[in-house]
Design a protein around this ligand. Sequence first.
Ligand SMILES: [Zn+2]
Length: 280
Amino acid sequence: MILDRVRFGPAGFPIDSPKERAFEYLRKIGLSGMEYQAVRRVPTNEKELKKLGEEAKENDILLTLHAPYAINLSAETEEKIKGSINRLLSAAKAAKAMGALHVTFHPGYYLKRSRNDALRVAISALRELREIMTSEGIDVELGPETMGKPSQLGSLDDVLEMAKSVEGVSPTIDFAHLHVRDGGIIKGEDDYRSILRRIEREIGDLNGLVVHFTEVEATSSGYGERMHHELGSGYGPDFHPLAKIIAENGLKWFIVSESPILERDSVKMKEIYESFLRGS
Ligand SMILES: [Zn+2]
């Protein structure tokens, strides 16, 4: 999506403010974004969604939306895929009503399909969904997220292929998931750089990316996510090298904190980023 600058914000309403004053609070602590969580159900009251969107806008809080977890675009039956398309469509409608520009979603599972087959099925479902969205005038971006479990459709290559294949699709890059999916691959600046090179090679531009960030503990096998941790926990990945790259290259990203302390770590990420901007 088109961004005027780097924007930081939490995944969901802030923990340190009543919900009614969330956007005012986020602005007060220097943040400028929030990912609305519609992960269990999608709100449908247009009037309330509009009001929410207006309050966010008044406080210069840009919104994205996280679609329900119950989506599998590579499911085994046509019927289940249809259901997933419909849930994603209703998430896109809610996003439009609140003025959110990007809908993050979990693409699905490989199950018995080969990687290529799962990807082919998901891409065709996404094309079908985009057609419906276009005909209904729903112009929000769809963001397949990089996923943490190797059994999930959603490797970096998977989501880049979706973005390349379908108009209006741009990945949500979850660095914690990328980290644990392959056994803890992000150890420093070079690892971030190689991920970003792959993204740039496939989709051309690094600006406007929606990014999820938290430190993360892997499962005992070393693959897949056990739980999220606060910045500085030592589990990694470390935000500093990434912030350095963002600052040095003037990248404009929407950075969502998925840390257990949500917006408090958004503030920390912003401070780290600004310290690199100042060159200290
Ligand atoms: Zn997610």
